[in-house]
Every structure is written in structure tokens, then in C-alpha cells.
Design a protein around this ligand. Structure first.
Ligand SMILES: Cc1ncc(COP(=O)(O)O)c(C=O)c1O
Length: 444
């Protein structure tokens, strides 16, 4: 029986049951992707569905899992905190949050002060609000193909069909196309969508509007691994200084995946604000918004008119804070041995895929940063959404992903979604992946 056939059994039953109570049967409908699997557990580099099928996991829950599922050190730290009586007080401060804040300010060059939240979306929302409060301006620039969370300012224009946005424009901007209904049009008027890697369009918008902030992932990781061209991030920094907008790096996916100092440290470009989530706590719900002291201090400004609200019952929950401390400790161990390990596996994976592509005469390009990679079925690394949407073979990409899942290798079954290697992956896992990929690509 193939994986897809067994899926008709217990996974299908779980979905049938859940559909009675949860819209679409799945919490967060973006997680619903064929084959409709229901998962039971995860350990190390593997996840198991409810039918007992085991998958080598490259999805990593949309990227948080950097150490491996249920990392014993992180789980141990969480247990220890709970056993010691750490609880939620909703009042005052505590030593745990100070300890984590100090770690972040010490190890992330872009972070002089920091605030804690629970999700990437919350941190993103707070960053935009802070930028507006600090500048007294309303307009925001985001990137076509970037994803910065599900709040109104940024939930737009990711995998946008080209017939909805039309051809590439530069310098210029695209229409705000929400990821779903419910965003008031008046709100969308304040958000300007530009190409990635297009400084002329940033200037174009800045010449026409009072821009409070530009929010961008430094590498677009919700459409694979789309890297900044040399000079792009530096150019954003210069434009931010010239026009006085707040440069915000969304490091929800890049943060802690490549370096404890964030991608801003890797690139050498320091944003004004930066927010992290996902890998910073290896899968526990935690996010951090940090940056320049003079901006962060607005959150406690003595003048209420200059103090934007940031609040949340669960902000700084001791379970999440303990998980983040333990994750960072693991990532700092052995002078970054985790990064050396996962980076080397990423390199092996890339070399192996490239050799398969050339021996089979298949057009494809592996875009990779450290342990995260994406196989684009096109002849070059894309530089913006139009380049990708116009050249990548989305249908074959999906067929490839589903065929890999049949073989026990879990690439998320949506075209262009990036793969993430964890510290629990081994050389033999990479060998097995390459064997399966060779088999699948030979049949494409
Ligand atoms: C780059 C980026 N920013 C923000 C978010 C939103 O984070 P969350 O899902 O924790 O709200 C995501 C989620 O995938 C993301 O990939």
C-alpha cells in the first residue's frame, strides 16, 4: 500500500472528524495541502502521521525547527522551569525575561533593547505601530512576494497571480492585493507594494508619500530562498537614512537559522527594528521585537501621546522564554557547531541536487542559504516575484513534492516552499533524500 492509499485511512478519518468542528478541518487553513495527512508526533529529523508512516521532515513546521523536533535540551529546560514553579503572573517583571533580553541584546548586533510577544504577526504589527508612532507618518512599504504576518498592514501580495498584478513595473508600485477579504480599503491605501531588489521603486514611493517604515524579509523565504542582490540591503539602509523611514527587517524565518546574530549580522546591514520568531525558540510560541534604543524606548515613553501600545497576556510566558534561552544556548554551543553541521548538510544537499539535475539534463537551480534551500525549476535564481512566477515550473514542483512524500521525504506540498535542515538531520538522511529525489526527478 502506498502512502497516499494509507492516507485514506486514519488521516482521512481524523480530517473527517475535525471538519465537523474546525473550518476546513485544519487549524490555520494554509496548513491544508494534499496529501491531507494528520500528524501524530515528531522527534529529531522525523515526523509520523497517525497511520504510523514516518517522514524525514524538511518542512520544519514552516521553519521554526532548527534543532530538531522535541529537542531534549530545550524540552528539559521547559520542564525544569515548570517544575520550579515558573508561572504566568501578569504583573511586574521576573528574572527569566531579563536573562533572555540580555542574551538577545548581547548576541544580536541590531538589538539594543527588546520586547517580547508570541508570534511573528504580533511582532510585525508592533513594529509597524512603533515606526508610525516614532515618525508621525502613516505610509508603509512592503515587498511583492514577501510575507510579514497576517495583520492588515502586511497581509498582501505573496504568491499573487500575475494576471492580478500585471507586468513588472519599476520604478513604481503594485496594487495592494489582500491575502483575503476583510481589510478596509482605506487601510490598504497606506500600504505600497514594490519589487524585491528594486531600490528605484523604494525611492519612487518615498518621493510621493511620507513613509513611516519599510518592512522586508532580508531573504524572501515564503517564495523559496530569494536572496537580496549585492547592494540591495545596503541601498535600503541608505534610503531609510535619506528619507527618514524606519527600516524593519522581518527575521521571522532568517533569524537564528543562519547565525545567533541574525541575518542582519551576516549581511552587515543594521536595520532600525528587527523581529524574530520561529527558530528563536525551536517551535515554542515566542517572538521578539528589538532594535535601536531610541525607538524601543517609545514603548515606555513618559508622555502617553508618544507611547504606542504593546501588550499581551502571554507575552514573555515562562515556557516560551525558557525554550528560547535553551535554544540560544544550544545554538551558541561549541562556537556555532550547530550552524557548521546544518550548513555542511545544506551544502551537500545542494551539490547532490545539482549533480542530479545535470546528469538527468533537467533545468533547475538550487537557491540556498546555510541550512535552508529551495529547488527552483528554472535556469537561474529568481530576483523578484515576476521573475519567479514567469519562469518556474509550478506544476512539476508540486508533482515532485507529492512524489517525495510518497517516498517518506516531507517537502511541504506547495510549490516554492523552502526546505529547512535541522541539527538532528544526518549525512545518511541527506543521502536518502538525494536517492529519492533522483528517482522522482527521473520520472518528471
Ligand atoms: C517571514 C515571516 N514573517 C512573519 C510571519 C508570521 O509569523 P506567525 O505565523 O508566527 O504569526 C511568518 C510566518 O510564516 C513569516 O514567514
Amino acid at each position: 500500500m502506498t502512502v497516499l492509499e494509507t492516507v485514506r485511512s486514519k488521516s482521512a478519518q481524523v480530517l473527517d472528524f475535525n471538519e465537523r468542528y474546525i473550518p476546513g478541518g485544519v487549524v490555520s487553513i494554509v496548513r491544508k495541502a494534499e496529501p491531507d495527512l494528520a500528524f501524530a508526533r515528531g522527534r529529531g529529523a522525523y515526523i509520523w502521521d497517525v497511520d504510523g508512516n514516518r517522514y524525514l521532515d524538511y518542512h520544519a513546521a514552516f521553519a521554526p525547527i532548527v534543532l530538531g523536533h522535541n529537542d531534549p535540551y530545550v524540552n528539559g529546560a521547559v520542564r525544569k522551569a515548570i517544575d520550579a514553579g515558573a508561572s504566568l503572573y501578569g504583573s511586574g517583571t521576573n528574572e527569566l525575561e531579563g536573562r533572555l533580553a540580555e542574551m538577545l541584546c548581547t548576541h544580536v548586533p541590531a538589538v539594543e533593547m527588546v520586547e517580547f510577544l508570541n508570534t511573528g504577526t504580533e511582532a510585525s504589527m508592533a513594529s509597524v505601530r512603533l515606526a508610525r508612532a516614532a515618525t508621525g507618518r502613516d505610509h508603509v512599504i512592503v515587498t511583492q512576494g514577501g510575507f510579514n504576518g497576517s495583520h492588515n498592514d502586511v497581509a498582501c501580495n505573496v504568491l499573487t497571480p500575475l494576471d492580478q498584478i500585471g507586468p513588472r513595473v519599476s520604478p513604481g508600485e503594485y496594487r495592494y492585493i489582500p491575502l483575503g477579504p476583510g481589510v478596509p480599503d482605506a487601510h490598504a491605501q497606506l500600504v505600497h507594494v514594490i519589487n524585491f531588489n528594486d531600490l528605484d521603486s523604494v525611492r519612487y514611493v518615498c518621493e510621493r508619500h511620507d513613509v513611516a517604515a519599510l518592512v522586508t524579509e532580508p531573504i524572501l523565504q515564503n517564495i523559496g530562498i530569494m536572496k537580496p542582490v549585492p547592494g540591495y540591503l545596503e541601498g535600503l539602509r541608505e534610503l531609510a537614512d535619506e528619507y527618514g523611514f524606519v527600516l524593519i527587517f522581518d527575521e521571522v524565518k532568517t533569524g537564528f537559522r543562519y547565525s545567533v546574530g541574525g541575518y542582519s549580522e551576516v549581511s552587515g546591514v543594521t536595520p532600525d527594528l528587527v523581529y524574530f520568531a520561529k527558530a528563536v525558540a525551536n517551535g515554542y510560541p515566542f517572538s521578539a521585537l528589538g532594535g535601536k534604543r531610541e525607538l524601543l524606548e517609545h514603548f515606555a515613553h513618559p508622555d502617553p501621546a508618544k507611547r504606542p501600545i504593546v501588550s499581551g497576556t502571554y507575552n514573555g510566558h515562562p515556557v516560551s522564554v525558557s525554550a528560547a534561552i535553551a535554544t540560544i544556548e544550544r545554538l551558541l554551543e561549541g562556537d556555532g557547531q550547530v550552524y557548521r553541521h546544518i550548513g555542511r548538510l545544506g551544502q551537500r544537499c545542494q551539490a547532490g541536487i545539482e549533480s542530479i539535475l545535470s546528469s538527468r539534463g533537467i533545468t533547475g537551480t538550487v537557491a540556498r542559504q546555510g541550512s535552508a534551500f529551495c529547488l527552483y525549476l528554472m535556469d537561474h535564481e529568481p530576483v523578484d516575484w515576476h521573475d519567479l512566477a514567469g519562469n518556474h515550473d509550478f506544476d512539476k514542483d508540486l508533482v515532485m513534492r507529492r512524489a517525495l512524500i510518497e517516498r517518506g521525504i516531507y517537502f511541504f506540498p506547495v510549490a516554492t516552499k523552502q526546505c529547512s535542515i535541522s541539527a538532528a538531520h544526518t549525512d545518511s538522511d541527506i543521502d536518502r533524500t538525494l536517492e529519492a529525489l533522483d528517482d522522482v526527478l527521473s520520472q518528471l
